[in-house]
Design a protein around this ligand. Sequence first.
Ligand code: SF4
Length: 246
Amino acid sequence: MVAGYIKELFSSFQGEGPYAGRRQVFIRFAGCPLSCIYCDTAYARYPEPAYCTVLNKGSVSRIKNPVEHYSVIHLVSELLTPDTHSICYTGGEPLFNAVFVDEIAKEARRLHYRNFIETSGYSARAFESIARDFDIASIDIKLRSHRAVRDDDYESLYDNELDCIRISVDRGLETIVKVVVMRGTPVSDIEVISRALADLRIKFVLQPVTDNKPDIDELFTLSEVAGSFIDDVMVIPQVHRCMGVL
Ligand code: SF4
């Protein structure tokens, strides 16, 4: 029996990337070692919240943390609807709780749920330990300008992200790579990343940050540069912010 810290459990529509609009049950794990300047889930970065909030069709309840993995599966099953596409393991940063995530994912697999993980890719070792239990991975690449880590630690973060992407592709997961872009994002940053991913079978998403987003000419340029190296490139904003959902 494995227990861990969850910040929120709820059903909603995926708001990012090629699965935007798909209904998912979201498990928002607590804790994240990064500090991106655009973070919109900073409330989930504290690793040991006292309670997990469960939102179920207008009703709100609280479960005491840490929660056992079987209880998580039970709560997930109560949130399932006929249109549910998959279980979304998000954060915070799910790899921060890799052992706990793995126990839940294994049980979800046994029940034939589809598993989807959203991660910053900060730890390739942690990702490798859970990859076999997932169907779809959305992995971020942080730019230096996102200030996710101290400048001295950026190369290590970048290498881990690339390794996570390679592991995901090698293991046969559908792999989505997401880069948040802002006004003034250097074209050279996107070119370097796109070159590094050129041989991999991925979907590449440029996600304009909701505040301080690039103008349309910047987006055209960034998309064209990425498309010079990667077949499947798309620009998709955060759809859930338009819909006013979590
Ligand atoms: S990785 Fe995600 S949760 Fe962590 S600081 Fe960045 S945006 Fe926020």
